[in-house]
Write a protein that binds this ligand. Structure first.
Ligand SMILES: Cc1cc2nc3c(=O)[nH]c(=O)nc-3n(C[C@H](O)[C@H](O)[C@H](O)COP(=O)(O)OP(=O)(O)OC[C@H]3O[C@@H](n4cnc5c(N)ncnc54)[C@H](O)[C@@H]3O)c2cc1C
Length: 614
């Protein structure tokens, strides 16, 4: 018997289990109660839903709002926008479904107390851009969490979910999940009729630009550890567009957002010599992607491409011209408040580097890549679409159900739907929850059963890193390095280095090719072998160990997808050096993968892109 198999096991039964209490998870929890008055709704979160997820620190804008009440935009317009930005490849059925419901979500946020700025002349919400509205959003997350807390039967904070459980009576049906309390180490077995995964995106799978003491500073939330992908991948759910990682243009060193600066302050970029540079790269980009460069707005990845090429040509750094806008005291206030609402660290970085944007145009940088499904990118699980709108090929059951029965997803978890952001992720949580309630109601007596062998075996697996550490540390007399175990931080650095050098990170200017990807996959395989020897000195490090497991599996998926798509669809996000051009004849399609946990094999296939909106 292993040292930790004697840890207490706590059983929790529910009708609907929501994994992750961020934006999508809170939306799912709230809506599950609306449709399932008598159901047992449980939300499990590795932090505390009060301040968890990517919105933990607050936001200054809600980036997805149609404004249908004022006829500002229609859902079809948003689908066209997202399709354009993603170089033609989005699930239009899923995007339309979110866009038609997102306004109602934002109205709820306001009703619950979120202060939304108003245009003093029109009385409408203050627009930052065509899709964005401005908020005083420091308390955005607590407001959203309160509604979820009141709706849930129970919220379990501080529990990291490590694996999903499968039904022992029916193949390919989910039956719950297991995890552990990151403070007490208690082991949890959640038995559920339906599971909604809403566990955020993935940062720290690529080597970050920040090094040493600044390593935790990334653009995406550092605690977004790829569980949203690893949990479904482990049980064989199909994934889509995992190659579509995102690279962000941000203020240097603090990763402060540029949206309000571009859209509201009307600041613009220039090279080190004060010249506009994007037009310089027009012909070059047209060579690579054809007419996509002529689209409006210019797709995000193509603007990155011009930035990168200009820097490679020796005319960096690229700067944001703030000196003009900051002469206006109102715009200066907005510029600073924008950081106070969501990235205070950027203001601190500027103060520490003697940058006053009134007198100095601050430098920009491009981030390391992240994997997520809700920003200007759409990696994630392949999900069934809405009954009234999805083409037959995109429908195999309930809305937002993955290819595993009873397993739903929302937010960063679901692929093919870019530009949902905070409000769209919450909305997608609501959509998934409504469908999950229907699924549970339709189930009747044929309920999933969990196998005792399965969860007992997982209990040993989950606590193995603690045992590895306790045994391995006996072999050393001082320090922390042992020949018998690998610490989570060392494993993380090894992963980041592999992804960076072989799968298109910052060190290679986001460039990769088939030989590099194949070698990267070999190195990831070796890392996976060593993961059996990961050591955790306490429960906090045990969480780090499992976060690393999830990151490694998601990274492997990214590498497999990148290898499969033999073109460069999104220059500026990454480049296939051996297929530098966009190839609409062969690759105007989604890439799908399925991982077989037993064999470790990945099956890849193409799926058609249906253009439903003209
Ligand atoms: C820097 C930044 C700026 C952004 N700016 C804007 C903006 O200005 N406007 C806007 O509208 N949107 C913005 N977004 C996007 C928005 O934050 C996301 O779209 C949204 O949070 C995604 O929702 P989600 O529920 O999928 O993920 P999250 O909100 O990140 O929630 C995921 C949750 O899952 C939990 N979790 C993860 N793994 C596990 C596990 N194994 N077990 C249990 N729990 C787990 C996490 O702790 C977290 O609470 C921004 C995002 C970032 C990172």
């Amino acid at each position: 018997m292993s040292l930790f198999s004697r840890k207490k096991t706590i059983f929790v039964d529910s009708d609907i289990l929501v994994i992750g209490g961020g934006m999508a998870g809170c939306g799912a929890t709230y809506e599950s109660r609306f449709w399932g008055r008598d159901l047992k709704i449980v939300c499990v979160e590795k932090a505390n839903i009060e301040r968890s997820g990517a919105v933990a620190q607050g936001l200054y804008a809600i980036n997805c709002y149609m404004g249908m009440q004022w006829d500002e935009n229609q859902p079809e317009d948003h689908v066209r926008y997202a399709r354009n930005d993603l170089m033609g490849l989005v699930r239009e059925d899923l995007g339309y479904d979110i866009a038609r419901h997102v306004d109602a979500t934002v109205h709820k946020f306001e009703e619950w107390g979120l202060p939304i700025m108003k245009d003093p002349e029109t009385g409408r919400y203050q627009r930052e851009g065509k899709w964005q509205i401005m908020i005083h959003g420091e308390s955005y997350k607590p407001i959203v969490a309160e509604a979820a807390r009141k709706a849930a039967t129970e919220v379990y904070n501080r529990i990291m979910v490590t694996h999903l459980l499968m039904d022992k009576t029916k193949a390919n049906r989910v039956a719950g999940a297991v995890g552990f309390n990151v403070r007490t180490g208690d082991f949890y077995v959640f038995r559920a009729k339906a599971v909604i995964v809403a566990a955020g995106g993935a940062s720290h799978i690529y080597k970050p630009r920040s090094v040493g003491e600044g390593m935790g500073r990334t653009w995406y939330a550092p605690w977004s550890s790829a569980s949203a992908y690893a949990l479904p991948i482990q049980v064989g759910a199909k994934m889509t567009q995992m190659e579509n990682r995102i690279v962000l243009t941000r203020f240097k060193d603090g990763y402060g957002p540029v949206g309000a600066y571009f859209l509201h302050l009307k600041t613009y970029t220039e090279n080190a010599y004060g010249n506009e540079y994007e037009s310089t790269w027009y012909e070059n980009t047209k060579e690579l992607v054809g007419d996509y460069i002529d689209r409006h707005p210019v797709p995000t990845c193509l603007r990155n491409h011009a930035f990168l090429e200009e820097v490679k040509a020796g005319r960096g750094p690229i700067r944001m011209v703030t000196k003009e806008a900051f002469k206006d005291p109102h715009l200066e206030t907005i510029g600073w408040e924008n950081f106070l609402g969501m990235t205070i660290g950027q203001a601190v970085v500027w103060a520490s580097q003697n940058i006053d944007p009134k007198h100095t145009n601050p430098e920009l940088t491009t981030s390391e890549p992240y994997v997520m499904g809700s920003h200007a990118t759409c990696s994630g699980a392949w999900a069934s679409g809405p009954e009234d709108y999805a083409p037959d090929e995109y429908q195999w059951g309930y809305n937002r159900m993955m290819t595993v029965d009873g397993l739903f997803g929302a937010g960063d978890t679901i692929g093919g739907t870019a530009h949902k952001f905070s409000s769209g992720s919450y909305t997608e949580g609501r959509i998934a929850a409504k469908a999950a309630v229907n699924y549970v109601n339709d189930m009747g007596k044929d309920q999933p059963q969990v196998s005792e062998d399965e969860y007992e075996n997982l209990k040993k697996v989950v606590f193995q890193p603690i045992e590895n550490y306790q045994v391995g540390s006996n072999e050393i007399v001082a320090g922390t390095v042992s020949p018998s175990y690998l610490l989570p931080l060392h494993g993380l650095q090894r992963l980041e280095k592999i992804m960076d050098e072989y799968v298109g990170g910052i060190s290679t200017n986001y460039m990769t090719n088939e030989p590099l990807l194949n070698r990267g996959l070999e190195l990831l395989e070796m890392l996976k072998e060593d993961m059996h020897h990961i050591g955790a000195e306490d429960f906090h490090q045990l969480q780090r160990a499992w976060e690393l497991h999830h990151r490694v599996l998601a990274s492997e998926s990214v590498a497999q997808h990148t290898l499969f798509r033999k073109e460069t669809r999104w220059p500026g996000y990454y480049y296939r050096g051996d297929h530098m051009k966009l190839d609409d004849d062969n690759w105007h399609c989604f890439t799908l993968s399925r991982y077989d946990h037993e064999s470790g094999q990945w099956d890849m296939e193409k799926a058609p892109v249906y253009h439903i909106i003209d």
